[in-house]
Design a binder for this molecule. Structure first.
Ligand code: ADP
Length: 407
């Protein structure tokens, strides 16, 4: 089975093609995609930078004179069956196309086959994800134009959190907020779910019997508390701005600060949006970068503000883990994933230090090596600590495979 995955960002488009040789079962370990493409049009006005890599080792780098997503997708799809990056004979060889859709609202608790009704729902939810849901819809339409007969599947970033108990999901404003759809939705769900399932597999345990906290620490950061295989609490909320301190996003702040800025400093909604999403977090405090590597380097060279940014990042991370622990009333596994979680031994060690009193002990040598998909806790630790290389695209492909089995 050939599964194409499309992951639409606000000014980027990622895509990959998986080939499942034995269509009757999924491989035990995540396979390498046979073709992978990344397009970014945030750097060079009017141009899109494209990179396509195949499992055979062919690499194509090009700059295309467009930033229209449909044009970019049409170009990408051509590289699947034409030229040196060709991996299939014709586009109709593709059996199913999976899309990452950021917001599925309260309706979508699972992945679904895309129908006119599903598209209408994704469109209706645009006000809740103004940068992302339109991009997913464009991706869906672009594929429909080229491959009208091929089934498409929507995999939602919110779905994994959709069974959170109301006590975690509601904000303590008026109850009418909840009735209007203002509630905690949570994001990074595809990654949290994948990491939870992969962790259970790595440890040889049944996911339903485990209490886990998954720490997705990339440019965006969030935690999920997972019990019986479902998210029961998470740090991101109505939008992906809530919770932990992130690369350039503030995470939770006292909402009174926003009232103050509106009243005393005459901020507009657009200015608040810009400052909270792009000029805060590691970048806002350090004044250097939103990138953890650069902030760590600056701190090592003596920058006081970079040091402060790191201290705050860890403080908020530890506090977040503590709050998830209380909700779970216990913990079997702490999981680290995404750019920072997978690569920064220092962040993992610092986060874990606060929980040594519970008997959590890292194996310092294993932690230092940042091994993907391995348990890095000491043998006698009361809580396992696992690093998982998150593979959202593979998670989407798995969902496509499962839905195709049902049809
Ligand atoms: P995104 O959320 O955009 O998918 P990633 O998951 O790739 O982002 O994470 C990006 C973050 O990971 C950046 O802050 C980057 O500095 C950090 N990162 C990547 N490699 C390392 C490393 N070796 N040590 C520390 N941080 C790292």
């Amino acid at each position: 089975m050939k599964i194409l995955v499309l992951n639409a960002g606000s000014s980027s488009q990622k895509s990959c093609l998986y080939e499942i040789v034995d269509s009757s079962s999924l491989p035990e370990h995540p396979p390498q995609p046979v073709w992978e493409a990344k397009v970014d049009w945030s750097h060079h006005q009017g141009f899109a930078e494209m990179e396509v890599v195949t499992a055979q080792g062919t690499c194509l780098k090009e700059e295309i004179r467009t930033h229209s997503r449909p044009a970019v997708i049409a170009y990408l799809l051509d590289t699947l069956w034409k030229g040196e990056t060709q991996v299939i004979k014709q586009l109709s060889d593709i059996n199913v196309v999976g899309h990452r859709v950021v917001h599925g609202g309260q309706e979508y608790r699972e992945s679904v086959r895309i129908t006119a009704e599903v598209k209408a729902a994704i469109s209706r939810l645009i006000p809740l994800a103004p940068a992302h849901n339109p991009a997913s819809l464009e991706g869906i339409e672009s594929v429909t134009n080229v491959l009208p007969q091929v089934p498409q599947v929507a995999v939602f970033d919110t779905a994994f959190h959709s069974q959170m108990p109301q006590a975690s999901a509601l904000y303590a404003g008026p109850y009418e907020w909840f009735e209007q759809g203002i509630r905690r939705y949570g994001f990074h769900g595809i990654s949290h779910q994948y990491c939870a399932q992969r962790t259970a597999q790595i440890l040889g345990r049944d996911l339903n019997t485990l209490k886990l906290i998954t720490c997705h620490l990339g440019n965006g950061c969030s935690l999920a508390a997972i019990q019986h295989g479902h998210s029961i609490d998470t740090t991101m909320g109505f939008t992906p701005l809530d919770g932990l301190m992130m690369g350039s996003r503030s995470g939770s702040v006292d909402p009174g600060i926003l009232i103050h800025l509106l009243r005393q400093e005459n901020y507009t909604a657009a200015q608040l949006d810009q400052v909270l999403n792009q000029a805060s977090g590691l970048k806002g405090i350090s004044g250097i970068s939103s990138d953890m590597r650069q902030v760590s380097e600056a701190a090592a060279k003596g920058s006081q503000r970079a040091r402060l940014a790191l201290d705050m990042y860890i403080h908020r991370l530890q506090a977040g883990i503590g709050s998830m622990l209380a909700g779970l009333k216990g913990l079997d596994v702490l999981v680290f994933t995404a750019g920072v979680g997978e690569n920064s031994a220092w962040v993992r060690a610092s986060a874990c230090e606060a929980f040594e009193f519970l008997g959590l002990k890292l194996d310092p040598r294993k932690n230092q090596q940042s091994p993907a998909d391995q348990d890095i806790a000491a043998v006698d630790s009361s809580i396992r600590v696992v690093v998982v290389h998150t593979q959202e695209d593979w998670a989407i492909a798995q969902e496509c495979w499962k839905l195709m089995q049902l049809s």
